[in-house]
Design a protein around this ligand. Sequence first.
Ligand code: MN
Length: 570
Amino acid sequence: MSIVRTVKQNPEGLIAKAYSFAEKVHAGQKRRTGEPYFNHVLATAEIVMSWNLDEPTVAAALLHDVLEDGGISPENLQLNFGKEVFDLVDGVTKIGHVKYRGAEAKADNLRELILAISGDLRVVLIKLADRLHNMRTLSALPRDKQKRIALETDEIYAPLAYRLGMHRLTSELQDLAFPYIQPEEHRSLAKIITSAVVAENNRYLEKVRHLLGKLLADSHIQPIQMEYRVKALGSLYKKMQHYGYTLEQVYDFLAMRVIVSNVAECYAALGVIHAAWTPVPGRIKDFIAAPKPNGYRSLQTTVIGPDNKILEIQVRTSEMHEENEYGIAAHFLYKSRDRSSESLDKAEAKRAETELHWVQQLKDWRERISNSDSDSEEILEAMKIDFFRDRIFVTTPKGEVLDLPAGSTPIDFAYRIHSDLGNSTASARVNGKQISLDHELHSGDLVEIITQKGKKPSEDWLNFARTAVARDHIRSALRKKKTGSLSIIRAIRTEFKITAKDRIGLIKDITSVIAKAKINILNTITSNSFDPKSHVLRLVCELPSHPMAETLVSKIRQVKGVQEVSYKHE
Ligand code: MN
């Protein structure tokens, strides 16, 4: 159902009223894309509606910019739409005031953000829909704004969507942000994963879907839905970086999803899959018996599929699927659906049973904060809940609060404030004590950066800088330093040909030897040799020097099953 159809069907309804109100308020306003501003609020409301949220939320999505960008007074809005809709719009507007640029993120702004979240989750959902549409149209903005919004999306909104269990939204936000945050990495990855590569893999997956559909039918399982995807560049890069994986080690680059009618069929389908294709040991996961903390449920396995390609297969029921994809929003969906079919008692019991753990945590936290006076120590303490588990909060000498990923160092801190500060960092003090620059920061630390004029970043900072922002700046400063000198390293493209006895984990073992030597793999090609038990693998790598090839050959020879290794420089 679309907004326009809803408006036509029920012209006296709340959504229709919000539609015409917003249309009038934003009349004549244009976005940077040149489109009418109203298109943005309409698109936001469409997203909210696609998550099956209730009427007041859809109406509030249509109205979400009337206070900030439409010049409507709060009194006017509340008079026209009542308290519920007003509170939603007001909440979204307040979250919009929190510019999450580290140095500007004060503790009380953060608190306001979280209070809004725990006060009414629908506020966050509207904000996420708003952000999603802004990210989809980000190319129209000036460069510096693109980067700031993309960073904020990647560091705040995508993790937030993840905590809400909204997996589809999480990866879409990350993938949209990736080219703006790391344009170089995006370009080089896009050179390897070209659209031709994606198309070829999609054809492969279509073939597997057909094949698996037949195998399941033979076992009297009729899947409700079977879908597949090639991992998008943003999430692919995140995974490679987070685990230090090479492309070859990302086992879910190709993924298939099978949706069946009930739990028994999930396990039966898994059996059919394993009978057809060899599972990779240690990769079978039962998130039905033991769901993830954010509520995710599914069976997962990695198999060596047709043509010896590795792919991940997920099996789940449609109910699990909706919860996994739409997370917290799926609960609203069940609520409204169950109301008409099942009895209310049953629907409520079901909801209570599946309600996500962290929702309760946020509610507890909100109570704790409102019962205490708002000193910042208390707030920092309170932030250590699960929601911020992988982030730390540190303060500048002026008392500003910065949030950083866990494991950050004074270098990350300095670059977070300003690239000039990062570039001229000489030493640092934490809580008044001199520490080394690779020192790991903890929540509540007060960090001081001591600068020195003319100081330049050192290459070994890359070994411990944790944030993308710091690493980007260090690299570009190093490049500037090197320009003009003769020390520019040119990579030598080299192809290794490896013949080996086929076994599970072979490719992974070989690629990890290469990855350990910090060598970049550009391409891997596997093919069968004349002997059906052995395997030919070609790897194209970038070597820093010619002698490195010999070193690698001797290392690869030590991998179990390897029979022959040769190489040629391209
Ligand atoms: Mn907006």
